[in-house]
Design a protein. Structure first.
Length: 405
């Protein structure tokens, strides 16, 4: 099977260029069957990473009538959480004697869903063929989802408001790995997020990071956050420094809203070669540095006023030398201020301890963030009163092999 598989995958890639998302399931299944991978099926994860829904290609959401598995408590969910290739505990069918495989569909470290397929053997070559099919499936999904309403409907489990629609369209993917760094992000409430936003980008050897929290929790707050991110990107792409970028955001917001709307934010640049971190604080929570899975500390920086307030306070750039394996936590107040039924906050100590405990074990950075947000939501009885966002970056310091599981 292995000798034929590469050619079949190439033909699948070529056939996909003019295909729609709805046509992918049948295309993947037929090309996989030609090389001995039977009944191939694609399951994509929802926005909150709680369920895996089968992409059927039928119906207005391309998932009508499809199977669904929970991320927590199912074998497909285990494959998703662990970023692993898993087989059923016994043969998939006593009649056929085939093996059933579940493998994570990932682009780098962004988990898109899982692939299921049956094979007649479980040798090393077969396993590699299944992994190769999952890798190509990821690229096919990425090439179609940006202009597919069917995909957007499939990954939603409840209606989304207009502000959240803007925010999810604005933000980069929630996971990235490359050039010695890994980035992960989560944002809640996923379907009602208003004024929170995050951003990251890579230019040559610099990783740009930003997190924003706009005044309010309505559509105007979403517009304010969108404008702040757009202004930040505009200045950054013209070569502005962090200080200049923050002032550009300030001027842009004042031109649009006067001083009636503002955004707190933290902007940072990480040199991916040297590990040198530079950041500015515009009225936001301080960044947290996690080192060695042992301790956490706030990185201090005198705060200038929130962007859009026109307070005229001096913006101070601070620097910190990171060590390989260091992680930087940027977050908004909805994380630490989420309260339980007795009014007790989730708190910064619990927040940092959770990340340290889970990420120091067997979980990836992105699985840690998934579990963190689930814990925050559970603490607040399933629904947040304020937006809660986390942006987590890890510098590997030249250990490129540690970027992916």
């Amino acid at each position: 099977m292995t000798d034929k598989a590469p050619a079949s995958l190439v033909r699948l890639m070529q056939a996909s260029h003019v295909a729609t998302l709805e046509e992918l399931p049948d295309m993947i299944r037929s090309h996989a069957a030609a090389v001995g991978m039977h009944e191939a099926a694609v399951f994509v994860v929802d926005l909150r990473e709680t369920v895996l829904r089968r992409l059927t290609g039928r119906g207005k959401n391309a998932g009508a009538g499809g199977e669904e598995f929970t991320v927590q408590g199912s074998l497909p969910g285990q494959a998703y959480q662990r970023v692993a290739l898993l087989a059923e505990q016994d043969r998939a069918s006593s009649r056929t004697g085939r093996w059933r495989w579940w493998v994570t569909i990932t682009d780098g470290v962004e988990r898109i869903g899982v692939l299921r397929t049956d094979t007649d053997s479980d040798d090393e070559g077969t396993c590699q063929d299944v992994l190769d099919l999952a890798s190509l499936t990821a690229l096919l999904l990425l090439s179609k989802r940006s202009f597919s309403d069917s995909y957007a409907r499939l990954v939603r489990t409840e209606p989304m408001n207009v502000a959240a629609e803007m925010q999810w369209h604005l933000t980069p993917p929630p996971a990235f790995a490359g050039r010695h760094a890994t980035v992960g992000a989560v944002m809640e409430p996923a379907y009602e997020v208003g004024g929170d936003a995050y951003d990251y980008a890579v230019a040559d050897s610099v990783l740009h990071l930003g997190i924003f929290d706009a005044l309010g929790h309505d559509t105007t707050a979403g517009i304010t956050a969108n404008l702040a991110v757009a202004a930040c990107r505009n200045a950054r792409r013209q070569g502005a420094t962090l200080t200049e970028t923050s002032w550009h955001v300030e001027r842009t917001l004042i031109e649009q809203f006067g001083t009636g709307r503002y955004v707190t934010g933290l902007l940072a640049d990480l040199d991916l070669v040297t590990g040198r971190l530079t950041w500015v604080n515009r009225g936001h929570h301080l960044p947290i540095l996690l080192r060695g899975n042992r301790w956490a500390t706030d990185l201090t920086c005198p705060p200038a006023g929130p962007m859009g307030t026109d307070l005229g306070l001096r913006v101070t750039e601070r620097t910190e030398q990171l060590e390989p394996g260091d992680r930087l936590l940027l977050y908004t107040d909805g994380i630490v201020e989420a309260r339980d039924a007795l009014g007790r906050q989730f708190g910064q100590d619990r927040f940092t301890d959770f990340v340290l405990r889970h990420h120091s074990g067997e979980h990836t950075l992105h699985e840690t963030l998934r579990r963190l947000m689930a814990a925050v939501l559970q603490h607040h009885d399933g629904r947040l009163d304020d937006d809660a966002t986390v942006l987590l970056a890890e510098w590997c310091g030249g250990h490129q092999e540690k970027l992916t599981p």
